[in-house]
Design a protein around this ligand. Structure first.
Ligand SMILES: Cc1ncc(COP(=O)(O)O)c(C=O)c1O
Length: 357
């Protein structure tokens, strides 16, 4: 079966040599030397400062909201992975949705502005499938209404916006390093915090709120990454170029060969193009369903990402329906894009679209 994502395993011998280091150091978790090394290398590689590795992307988002220490409504996108919303609710805020732009799949700044009220404290967009949001417009809205911005950057490890890594934007940006991502640490993630004081506060919250061996300064969580995960990240970083060039081959093929059959996500021209996912949009749910079933017969598992639209899930307040998000969720498929996509698989996808469309 060819899945949408495929876990990448870096060089086995190198990974083993890091595991030996862990045995030798006797340091398995609690901000060990490999976590510190990974944080430093990621800051250099990405060109960011104040980066903290965390246990997962979800924990990173929760850490962001705990660190901001506010209360009230957070305006977010209904079209993303569930964690973008659940982290807001889990930390005591109220997630409120602003609908997406049907072409970019990202939260539409016009809808953000309409949704702001006296309870709003932050905006939480996601660069969906690595497509950069309208960052400048969102920034302007946030400044005008004195709101914080927390970006979910989980799909955009390989993206620069106006020449700078996309993690540099917003008050806080969070990224997932889950095993299925283009860069991974098995489980894990990172959080990048603009403000130095908030960065120091986040370090304490990540460590159970403890600011010293016998001192608890505030309410915290266990947000730590461990040494085995950091070792995986250090190995992955060495192979990023290869990982990305493998994906580029599938991306180029799909972009050229599928364009007559389906619609693609409209790309933000101020940003580089991500190699994380390849979403395709159909005219109707029925057409999408037919293609998905036909691909399954060839052992190709295309997925309906992101479904369901997050304004329909149980723990959120029901307000106006997010029409664009619901519509897109019904008609979208993400197709496999990774080193395991053989040319035959890519050709079957093309032939299937040609037959059904
Ligand atoms: C957009 C988005 N946000 C958050 C997450 C959560 O990350 P994690 O699985 O590392 O908790 C994911 C997960 O894959 C994601 O795609």
């Amino acid at each position: 079966m060819t899945y949408v994502t495929k876990v990448y395993y870096p060089d086995r011998e190198k990974f083993k040599s890091y595991i030996d280091k862990i045995y030798d150091s006797g340091w398995l978790t609690n901000n060990g030397p490999l976590v510190q090394e990974l944080e430093k290398r990621l800051e250099e590689y990405l060109g960011v400062k104040n980066l903290l590795c965390v246990a997962s992307g979800t924990v990173g988002l929760e850490l962001a909201y705990r660190t901001l220490g506010m209360s009230g409504e957070v305006i977010t996108t209904p079209f993303s992975y569930v964690s973008t919303t659940s982290a807001i609710a889990a930390t005591g805020y109220t997630p409120v949705f602003a609908d997406i732009d049907i072409e970019t799949f990202n939260i539409d700044p016009k809808n953000i502005e309409k949704t702001i009220n006296e309870k709003t404290c932050a905006i939480a967009p996601c660069h969906v499938f690595g497509n950069a949001c309208e960052i400048d417009e969102i920034d302007e809205i946030a400044k005008k209404h004195d709101l914080k911005v927390v970006y979910d950057t989980s799909h955009a490890f390989d993206v620069k916006y106006k020449g700078e890594h996309i993690l540099n934007y917003g008050d806080i940006s969070v990224i997932s390093f889950h095993a299925t991502k283009i860069f991974h640490t098995i489980e894990g993630g990172a959080i990048v915090i603009k403000d130095d004081e908030l960065y120091e506060k986040a370090k304490i919250i990540r460590n159970h709120g403890s600011d010293g061996p016998d001192s608890v300064a505030m309410l915290g969580i266990n947000g730590k990454m461990n040494e085995v995960e950091a070792a995986m990240g250090l190995c992955m970083l060495d192979e990023e170029e290869q990982i990305q060039s493998d994906r580029k081959k599938s991306q180029d093929f799909y972009a050229k060969e599928l364009k007559d059959y389906v619609t693609f996500q409209k790309h933000n021209e101020d940003a580089t193009k991500s190699l994380t996912y390849f979403p395709i949009v159909f005219r109707s749910h029925e057409e999408m369903d037919q293609v998905r079933a036909a691909l399954r017969e060839h052992d190709i598992a295309a997925r309906q990402y992101f479904y369901p639209s997050l304004d329909t899930i149980p723990f959120v307040e029901k307000r106006e329906p997010m029409v664009n998000s619901r519509d897109l969720a019904e008609r979208i498929l993400v197709i496999p894009m990774h080193s395991g996509v053989e040319p035959t698989v890519a050709n079957i996808i093309k032939e299937t679209l040609n037959r059904i469309r």
